[in-house]
Design a protein around this ligand. Structure first.
Ligand code: DO4
Ligand code: MG
Length: 284
């Protein structure tokens, strides 16, 4: 089951359920006042099914998607795939041993990625920093966590990164990662009672420039060096999330060092069993 947020014809923010090619507005009531409320209960699927549905809208270009987030924090894990480890070690001699050690350590790299106002939804622009020259999207399976840190669903995540800033000095990581429009989430949250086996999940990144596809690569989630559950238990150590959280689980796809994202590129990220998140890129 897929649930999301969008803006309706009266310019109101709504919660909806996506079924095939239809977006079905849901009537929230006193028990559930937001999407985050639905994601917080023991059985979010049953909670969504209990809501009154309005007339379905045919999904076309006119749908105004919003990211499926309310006031949760967005966190991210890093260096969870071999490819990320080698790319970071190439990018920065100074930090190479940090990345090498974290890949093999018990404790993962976890960092604060974004507050909701820095997050873009489906078809909304993502930003390249005006002071950055080497930028990439990072396509990441993103865990949707309830306040008690159960994984209630998955969404598609884009952890936009400025590799020149990150590579200059590892202490610049928060600036390379966290700025306006630095995170993509959506188009919806796919709710699961039982998550699909990791062996069945694939991540696909395609970057379009004009009419050309200038980057096209896939990675199997089974290449991840850590489990989702392990990342979540580290995130939850002495750290509470009263309204839940989103956790990006790291990238296994990093373009070669001669590639940088450009203004007007379109980044399409597909996670099998979830959907495709598409964002145009802006700069300055
Ligand atoms: O330490 C750098 C960031 C790593 C990251 O974002 C990733 O591996 O996805
Ligand atoms: Mg990342």
């Amino acid at each position: 089951m897929n649930v999301t947020k969008f803006i309706d014809q009266t310019d109101s923010v709504r919660v909806g359920r996506v079924k095939d090619d239809k977006l079905i507005p849901l009537q929230l009531g006193s028990s559930f006042q937001s999407l985050a409320d639905l994601l917080s209960v023991d059985d979010p699927i049953a909670a969504v099914e209990s809501l009154t549905e309005e007339s379905p809208i045919l999904i076309d270009e006119s749908v105004r998607w919003l990211p499926p987030i309310d006031n949760q924090e967005v966190w991210a894990a890093g260096v969870t795939y071999k490819r990320s480890q080698t790319a970071r070690m190439e990018e920065s001699e100074a930090a190479a041993s940090c990345y090498d050690r974290v890949y093999n350590a018990d404790r993962p790299e976890l960092f604060f990625k974004a507050t909701p106002h820095r997050v873009a939804g489906h078809r909304q622009p993502l930003r390249i920093r005006s002071d950055a020259t080497w930028n990439v999207p990072e396509p990441e399976i993103t865990l949707v966590l309830s306040p008690d840190l159960r994984i209630v669903g998955l969404t598609v995540g884009n952890d936009m990164s400025s590799r020149d800033i990150e590579g200059e000095n590892p202490l610049y990581l928060p600036q390379a990662k966290c700025y306006d429009q630095c995170a993509g989430l959506g188009p919806w949250v796919t709710l699961f009672r039982t998550l699909p086996p990791v062996s069945e999940i694939e991540v696909d990144l395609k970057i379009k420039r004009g009419s050309d596809i200038v980057f096209d690569e896939q990675i199997a989630a089974s290449q991840m060096a850590r489990s989702f559950e392990d990342l979540v238990q580290w995130l939850g150590r002495d750290n509470t999330f009263p309204t839940g959280a989103f956790l990006m689980t790291g990238t296994g796809i990093v373009p070669t060092s001669d590639f940088t994202l450009q203004k007007d590129d379109i980044v399409n990220i597909t996670i099998s069993g979830v959907g495709t998140l598409s964002n145009p890129i802006v700069q300055g």
